[in-house]
Design a protein around this ligand. Structure first.
Ligand code: HEM
Ligand SMILES: *[C@@H]1O[C@H](CO)[C@@H](O)[C@H](O)[C@H]1NC(C)=O
Length: 321
């Protein structure tokens, strides 16, 4: 009798804990602690091996996480391929001929499936891979919150409307980030991601030929590999951070102070407006950038996740189960 009533009490408590954690729908860093103990080392080694083959891929993966989170939340929707009967987000304007690294995400996901099949969502794999990319390139570390599930849908139009274009002015950037619960400070810190990676001529042509808040020798250098007329050299690449394009540091902000931001949207953060002082602060302090960036990545990762029994744990990140 006594032992069965203790058993009952434990069962009720266990039910309550499960039920309450479900009702809370909170992400937590130890979500896969029991169900996938090898998760973190598995993702890390796959990310490190991809970056050792091509340093830029770390930037590309970080950007995928941003483009996932800004479109109906961090739910892996970006990773779904188009089919004859389904239009996903990969061909939205900000992604077409631009978003890259999907094959690497597939490799990481397969490595995770090998150690714990059917347990970890693609949305979570991407969140961890983004963190590991930053760390591998010398940036800050943080505890990634987990427990996201994968969307069974995606939205081309939400991707076209939700990811700000590089032609955006400061007000537009501030208001888009704010609509997702991200502050102006978060905007500036997260934009520091442009301390790594590359951009295509088509995205900075108007700036290097037509804008006046650009340092002239920098503009000339960029013009040499980005022809004035659209249609020629559109996909030619230039580093977003001219100094250290594969090191996650605060040089991006130092560039902005010198009017050497590559994108119009980059230079908007230091153009006589309300964010100048934040840019100055980060340019003077690697550590304040690092800690604000980590905090802002956690906030971005919290945008509208699917949790509990919503969505699914996709087997293959490119298609719904
Ligand atoms: C603030 C608004 C932002 C705008 C307008 C913007 C725009 C862009 C554009 C136009 C490119 C170049 C794409 C190409 O030419 O193919 C780019 C690259 C990149 N963006 Fe952003 N971005 C923004 C914010 C962010 C954020 C918040 C992150 C990450 C948290 C991020 C991470 C990256 C990275 C790492 C790259 C380089 C990717 C690579 O080399 O493959 N960006 N961004
Ligand atoms: C520069 O501005 C002029 C005038 O608005 C425009 O006709 C031209 O296409 C622009 N050039 C580039 C490279 O954006």
């Amino acid at each position: 009798m006594a032992s069965s009533s203790i058993f009952n009490t434990i069962a009720v408590l266990a039910f309550l804990v499960l039920f309450m954690s479900n009702a809370n729908a909170q992400l937590s860093a130890n979500f896969y602690f029991k169900s996938c103990p090898k998760l973190f080392p598995t993702v890390k080694s796959a990310v490190q091996s991809a970056i050792s083959k091509e340093a830029r891929i770390g930037a590309s993966i970080l950007r995928l996480f941003f483009h996932d989170c800004f479109v109906n939340g961090c739910d892996g929707s970006l990773l779904l391929d188009d089919t004859s009967s389904f239009r996903g987000e990969k061909n939205a304007n900000p992604n077409r001929n631009s978003a890259r690294g999907f094959d690497v995400v597939d490799n990481i996901k397969s490595a995770v499936e090998n150690v714990c099949p059917g347990v970890v969502s693609c949305a979570d794999v991407l969140a961890i891979a983004a963190r590991d990319s930053v760390v591998t390139l010398g940036g800050p570390n943080w505890d990634v919150k987990l427990g996201r599930r994968d969307a069974r849908t995606a939205s081309l139009s939400a991707a076209n409307n939700g990811i700000p274009p590089p032609t955006s002015d400061l007000n537009r950037l501030i208001s888009r980030f704010s609509s997702l619960g991200l502050s102006t400070r978060d905007l500036v810190a997260l934009s520091g991601s442009h301390t790594i990676g590359q951009a295509r001529c088509t995205n900075f042509r108007a700036r290097i030929y037509n804008e006046s808040n650009i340092e002239s020798s920098f503009a000339k250098t960029r013009q040499s590999n980005c022809p004035r007329n659209s249609g020629s050299g559109d996909n030619n690449l230039a580093p977003l951070d001219l100094q250290t394009p594969t090191a996650f540091d605060n040089k991006y902000f130092i560039n902005l102070i010198q009017n050497k931001g590559l994108l119009h949207s980059d230079q908007q953060l230091f153009n006589g407006g309300s964010t100048d002082s934040i840019v100055r602060g980060y340019s003077n302090s690697q550590s304040s950038f690092a800690s604000d960036f980590a905090a802002a990545m956690i906030k971005m990762g919290d945008i509208s996740p699917l949790t509990g029994s919503n969505g699914e744990i996709r087997k293959n990140c490119r298609r719904v189960n």
